[in-house]
Every structure is written in C-alpha cells, then in structure tokens.
Design a protein around this ligand. Structure first.
Ligand SMILES: NC(=O)c1ccc[n+]([C@@H]2O[C@H](COP(=O)([O-])OP(=O)(O)OC[C@H]3O[C@@H](n4cnc5c(N)ncnc54)[C@H](OP(=O)(O)O)[C@@H]3O)[C@@H](O)[C@H]2O)c1
Length: 240
C-alpha cells in the first residue's frame, strides 16, 4: 500500500526538495502551501504523486478542515513540519503582525497539525520531522523572535518524543544553518554564494531520506547541519 506523507511549506525551498525526495522514495505527498508557482514546472511523475493543498496554515479553521480531508482518505506515516517564515532586524523594527506571523507559522501551526495527526501516526508507528534551525540553540541578535519560535519548536520536538516514544512514533528535530532558499526575502542579508558557506535544500532532504530509512528501533532525534564556513552576504553585496 502507498505510504502517505504530509509536508508543510512544500511549494518552495527545503519543503519542495523534501517532497521531491519522498516521491522518489515511493510516497504520496500532500504538500501544504499558499502559492505553487515552482511546482508547475515539474514533471508528470511529480505531479501524479504530489497533491497540492492550498492552505494558509495560520488560518486554523481552514488548516483543520484540510487536515481532516486528508485523514478521511489516508492514515499518514510521515509528517514534515517545514513551513516557516522569518522577519529579521532589531526587535524594535518588527511589528505585531510580523511577530504573530512567525509565532503562528513556525510554532503554533506545527503543534496544531501534530496534535491532529498524532493518533494516526501512532497507528502507523510513523515519523514526525520538525524543521527547526540552528538559531534554536543560540543567541540571535536581529533574529530574536525568529530564533525564539525555533527554540520553541526544538523544545516541542524533544518533549513530544519523550512523551510518545513508547507508542512507536519517531520525532526528529532538524536544525539547518544557512540554506539557499527564499527564506531571506525579507532580510537585509542572504546566504553567501560560496558553496562552502551555505547548504542546499536537496542536502537537507537527503539527510531526511537517510533518517526515514533507518530500521524500527533506531531514532535519529536531532541533526544539526552547518556549512563549513560561517558567512552571510549583506544585500549590498558585502560578506561578513
Ligand atoms: N533557509 C535557511 O537558511 C533555513 C535555515 C534553518 C531553517 N530553515 C527553515 O526551513 C523551513 C523552510 O524554509 P525555506 O528555507 O525552504 O524557505 P522558503 O523557500 O521561503 O519556504 C518556506 C515555505 O513555507 C511556506 N509557508 C510560509 N508561510 C506559510 C503559511 N502561512 N501557510 C502555508 N505555508 C507557508 C511557504 O509557502 P507559500 O509561500 O506558498 O505559502 C514555503 O513553501 C522554514 O521553517 C525555515 O525556518 C531555513
């Protein structure tokens, strides 16, 4: 029988790379996102096994409806909480809308989605992967709120695994460093172009491929991925 995965933030970046990897591994993927421009270009195999779920995950009513639609048809084996948003800069320059958007997308929605799928994942002895960030475990000037949402997600992953491990569910906390995606569209910096100074989304997806291929009884609960060099690019093109 077909294995079914739910991936949030599947329309671009790391989530899209994970979705492509999962389809190659034989999964049917329900991918959540608000706009799916990038998937329009993809081949028919991808389109056959990728079900777009157009949903703003901060709209809780809509989110619950979409999840329950999936639950009526499938008992999922894999949940990837990947959708995220970042607003950066001195904390005084943010506003309540941006702060709420980060907290709701990066922390509240993963907890709600997990809550609803948890009983199904117990039945399949499934896996939950939360895409946190290296910011979860360090001090983040100019990213105080973003880092706090990721620290919350990492904390949630650890506690949840301790709570549900006896049921056979695996919970995996992934903490990538600078990855070449659109995440920094709202920032005055981005990843440095040097391949030694950033990760690619496919590399994050390949780590997940390895993790989900592990035997029952072996859980890789935490992974931190860093490029060799710690360097970012200011959008006026200077590196730091
Ligand atoms: N890039 C990095 O350096 C880096 C490092 C560490 C961790 N991460 C984490 O990796 C995850 C993926 O980010 P990315 O780097 O791949 O950036 P990205 O290309 O901007 O992808 C973000 C994804 O989240 C989705 N999303 C955002 N808000 C949403 C909402 N309200 N409802 C539904 N979907 C929403 C976006 O889809 P739509 O726009 O279509 O809604 C998009 O598919 C995030 O959690 C991010 O914090 C990234």
């Amino acid at each position: 029988m077909e294995k079914v995965a739910v991936v949030t933030g599947a329309s671009s970046g790391i989530g899209l790379a994970i979705s492509k990897m999962l389809i190659k591994q034989g999964f049917l993927v329900y991918g959540f996102g608000r706009t799916f421009y990038e998937t329009e270009e993809l081949d028919n195999t991808f389109k056959t096994f990728f079900h777009q779920v157009v949903c703003d995950i901060t709209d809780t009513k809509q989110l619950i409806e979409k999840i329950n639609d999936i639950r009526q048809q499938h008992t999922i084996e894999l949940l990837i909480n990947n959708a995220g948003v970042g607003f950066y800069g001195p904390h005084e320059t943010l506003n309540s809308t941006k702060i709420q958007q980060m907290v709701r997308t990066n922390l509240e929605a993963p907890m709600i989605i997990t809550n609803i799928f948890l009983r199904d994942l117990q039945k399949t002895k499934g896996t939950i992967v939360n895409i946190s960030s290296v910011t979860a475990t360090k001090s983040n000037t100019h990213g105080c709120a973003y880092g706090a949402t990721k620290a919350g997600l990492t904390s949630f992953s650890h506690s949840l695994f301790d709570e549900v491990r006896k049921t056979g569910i695996k919970v995996v906390n992934i903490q990538p460093d600078m990855t070449k995606t659109n995440l920094y569209r709202n920032a005055d910096f981005s990843e440095d172009e040097d391949i030694l100074a950033h990760l690619n989304p496919k590399e994050v997806a390949n780590i997940i491929k390895y993790i989900i291929g592990c035997r029952d009884g072996l859980v890789i609960s935490d992974v931190t991925l860093k490029p060799q060099l710690h360097r970012i690019k200011r959008k006026n093109n200077t590196s730091k």
